[in-house]
Unconditional design. Structure first.
Length: 107
C-alpha cells in the first residue's frame, strides 16, 4: 500500500516505510525495508520535491523478488500520483491551493 500527500513545491520529498511483524521475522523485514528504500531512492529522481510518501509493506512483499517489488512499487506510486494530481488540479480550479493528504481540503 502506498499513500502520498502534497507538500510545498520547494520542499524535498520524504519517504517513510511501515514494515510490521506480519511481513516476517527481523531478517525478512530488514530485507524488505532495504529493497523498498532502494525503490524509493529511484523514485526520488522523478518526484524529488513536493511530496510525502508512505509505503506500507504487506506480507506478500516477503516472498516477492526485487523486480516484482520494484514493479509493484512503481505501479502503486504512479496510480497514487495520478489520483493526487487530479485532486490537486480540482482543488486549484476551485481556488483553494491549501491541501493535505491526497488533496483533501484543510479544516
Amino acid at each position: 500500500m502506498l499513500y502520498a500527500a502534497a507538500l510545498a513545491a520547494d520542499e524535498p520529498s520524504r519517504i517513510g516505510f511501515i514494515v510490521s511483524k506480519s511481513v516476517g521475522n527481523a531478517v525478512v523485514r530488514n530485507l524488505v525495508k532495504r529493497r523498498l528504500r532502494e525503490a524509493g531512492a529511484l523514485s526520488l529522481q522523478k518526484y524529488g520535491s513536493g511530496f510525502a510518501i508512505v509505503v506500507r509493506a504487506l506480507p506478500a512483499a516477503a516472498g516477492a523478488s526485487w523486480d516484482q517489488l520494484l514493479a509493484d512499487y512503481d505501479a502503486a506510486l504512479e496510480t497514487t500520483m495520478k489520483r493526487l494530481g487530479n485532486r490537486l488540479s480540482q482543488a486549484a480550479s476551485r481556488g483553494s491551493n491549501e491541501t493535505t493528504q491526497e488533496g483533501t481540503p484543510r479544516a
